[in-house]
Design a protein around this ligand. Structure first.
Ligand SMILES: [Zn+2]
Length: 243
């Protein structure tokens, strides 16, 4: 293939643009924010589970308190009824003695049940505090997630702008080059990990870094300036320095 030496050298500029674009793409794909967001999303679902569990414990505590309150109320009502009967003076001695015993027993029972009611109130307070704390943690995670997503969107938008700039530069660079030279370059670039051209510098190809043998060196030196050389080692286009 033939191409004027200036066009060959411009391929090196095109390669710089393509390398920058590939690097930019990799940078977007490997943004640390991707991991941050994935980890926060996992924590969000855990935090939501914690809130649900805390709310369930609060419901249980509410039910336990209601039950304790009902128990106290029932025993108190019975105690009041019994006391009224004792005070009515309309019972015979035997029934009265038995009723007084029951009143004593019921007083003790009310005390026990009131202690239980108090404990249920405290348990409910703790359960309510746990719901508030779990909800606050869930909000923190949600906030962190939103921030990270916003940062990622900004980073991706900035990369898109940068990429658009590189695409524009590439279009301009390609426009200045012979089509078949670009086609060859693109084919080699696709085949050899994004690099399609190297420069011959200090007896080495900058694309593969390998030194030319004496025979290859002689072949490169003897080739006409407009001949598109290929590196004997890596097969990429080999551009000679401007003379
Ligand atoms: Zn090479």
């Amino acid at each position: 293939m033939k191409a004027d030496p200036a066009s060959q050298r411009r391929l090196l500029g095109l390669q710089q643009i393509d390398t920058a674009a590939a690097r930019l793409e990799r940078r977007v794909q490997t943004l640390p924010l991707h991991e941050t967001i994935a980890s926060l999303a996992a924590r969000r679902s855990g935090a939501a589970d914690d809130v649900t569990a805390a709310e369930t414990r609060r419901s249980d505590a509410e039910a336990a308190l209601a039950k304790a309150e009902d128990s106290v109320k029932a025993v108190r009502e019975r105690l009041t009824r019994d006391q009224q009967r004792v005070e009515s003076g309309q019972m015979d001695a035997k029934a009265l003695a038995s009723m007084v015993d029951e009143v004593d027993h019921l007083k003790g029972r009310v005390g026990v049940l009131e202690d239980a009611e108090l404990a249920a109130m405290e348990a409910l307070e703790q359960a309510e505090a746990a719901v508030v704390a779990a909800a606050a943690r869930a909000r923190d995670v949600e906030q962190g997630l939103r921030t990270a997503v916003g940062e990622r969107e900004a980073a991706v938008a900035a990369a898109k702008t940068e990429m658009a700039g590189l695409r524009g530069r590439r279009q301009a660079a390609v426009g200045d080059l012979p089509g078949e030279l670009v086609t060859l370059y693109d084919r080699l670039r696709g085949r050899y990990s994004g690099v399609g051209v190297g420069e011959f510098q200090g007896n080495r190809c900058t694309a593969c870094g390998l030194e030319a043998t004496a025979a290859d060196r002689a072949r490169y030196d003897g080739a006409p300036a407009d001949e598109v050389l290929r590196c004997a080692e890596c097969e990429r286009i080999l551009v000679r320095p401007a003379s």
